[in-house]
Design a protein around this ligand. Structure first.
Ligand SMILES: Cc1ncc(COP(=O)(O)O)c(C=O)c1O
Length: 421
């Protein structure tokens, strides 16, 4: 009988498969980079969840962006992705630009009050009541909304609403038109609507047409060849320019603003001729994890959430489920538990390496459990670092940003708040 060798072979294969599937120990202690950041936070007396920006890396990312633009396009800073005035001012100085893209009415008022030289384009169409609120709250000063602010209009209906508001306030307003170049998130989708919008703007003594905004992040994200997607989006952009130029004739603005781009796509325009004249980008300067894309390989992460460890346990204990040491044996990355000060942010654990959330235990915004291997020597009061998945909402959750440079926290940058105080 040859049965026994066959059986033994099957068992050996099954054991090998199980051992192969057993997770590897990914635990490591902080690298010198995060050791130094921990020391800097301790020296500063920091002891709560903190958003840290590495200033040198931020400035290196600005230099990378400028190297790609090579002065061929103007650069507009996407404010929602970098929602702090001193952070914006740092970037505007380093990038030598006054151009800002804004997405939130209270922040437009803040910028108008505190950045009098700003050149503002709205990144999304606002309810006309929000525009009315802007003018009501605008306190005057050197910022001239008639010249320095461009609202974004997407439909004939909205254009009519803005024309009525401008007439009521007797306020000249500049307006850009949102065009759909393939993202399908609104904006003009056909020639008739574009012409209708241009006519409403043209017939208003208070509105003036200032240009287009055509955002195209889909070219980096949908399956297929991004260059093909780019060329299709640009053909659509060029088409709308042509339609507007032939409709407006001599009324086509000499200083027309033709905006495109975003962090995921701006490097697709390194070479070639394109119909727009400025690119917007923000997130790539701090690089949250959603921007770990091949098209941003030369940008480095520059923002972290640092949070103190409150408690540690040399086990993973889940109420009602007692797997004992078995769990740690099977997955060495689930041998220890660390409870952090706060948690459940839109973020991923970064350092020490190998930390994971525990789906069985669940998430917490108060004291979050993370598990890690016995190779991780974290104790209470040490720091854990996470990388935000996005910047825009996450940056607003921690109060002032801690600015890290050369092993020290050198500055503290307030973020935008909803209240105008
Ligand atoms: C209109 C517009 N332009 C540009 C961007 C790019 O922003 P970021 O570079 O932060 O991705 C966005 C982001 O949502 C956007 O809505």
């Amino acid at each position: 009988m040859k049965r026994r060798p066959l059986l033994l072979g099957t068992i050996a294969a099954a054991v090998a498969a199980v051992l192969w599937a057993k997770p590897k120990d990914r635990g490591e202690n902080h690298s010198p980079y995060f050791e130094d950041m921990s020391t800097a936070l301790d020296t500063r007396g920091q002891a709560k969840p903190t958003l840290v920006i590495d200033r040198s890396r931020l400035l290196a990312n600005v230099a990378t962006l400028r190297k790609h633009l090579q002065g061929r396009f103007d650069y507009r800073v996407v404010v929602k992705s970098l929602p702090s005035l001193p952070l914006l001012q740092e970037i505007m100085a380093a990038a030598d630009t006054q151009r800002l893209m804004l997405f939130h009415q209270p922040f437009i008022n803040r910028v108008a009050a505190q950045v009098p030289a700003a050149d503002v384009l709205l990144g999304k169409p606002m309810p006309v009541a929000a525009a009315a609120n802007f003018y009501r709250e605008f306190e005057g000063g050197a910022f001239d909304p008639a010249r320095q602010l461009r609202w974004l209009l997407d439909t004939p209906r909205r254009a009519q609403q803005y024309a009525a508001l401008a007439a009521e306030l007797q306020q000249p307003m500049r307006a850009c038109i949102e065009i759909d170049v393939g993202l399908h998130r609104g904006g003009v989708q056909n020639d008739a609507d574009l012409i209708a919008l241009l006519d409403i703007i043209g017939n208003s003594p208070w509105l003036s047409f200032a240009g287009f905004m055509g955002y195209e992040p889909h070219i980096a994200k949908v399956p297929g060849d991004p260059i093909g997607h780019r060329d299709k989006a640009m053909a659509s952009y060029a088409h709308y320019i042509e339609v507007a130029q032939s409709h407006l004739g001599a009324d086509w603005p000499g200083d027309v603003l033709l905006n495109a781009g975003g962090s995921p796509t701006y490097q697709y325009y390194n070479e070639g001729e394109f119909p727009f004249n400025e690119l917007a980008a923000g997130s790539c300067l701090v690089k949250p994890t959603d921007f770990d894309l091949p098209s941003l390989a030369d940008h480095r992460p520059a923002s972290y959430i640092a949070t103190p460890v409150l408690k540690t346990m040399d086990a993973v204990q889940i109420p009602g489920i007692n797997l004992g040491p078995l769990q740690g044996w099977w997955n060495p990355n689930q041998a220890r538990s660390f409870f952090t000060y706060g948690g459940w942010w839109k973020a991923r654990p970064e350092s020490p390496a190998g930390l994971v959330n525990n789906a069985l235990y669940g998430r917490s915004t108060n004291q979050e459990m993370l598990n890690g291997s016995r190779n991780i020597d974290l104790e209470a009061d040490d720091w854990i670092f996470l990388r935000p998945t996005q910047s825009e909402f996450v940056f607003l959750q921690f109060g002032d940003i801690a600015v890290y440079e050369n092993g020290r926290i050198t500055d503290s940058w307030p973020v935008f708040t909803e209240s105008s105080a």
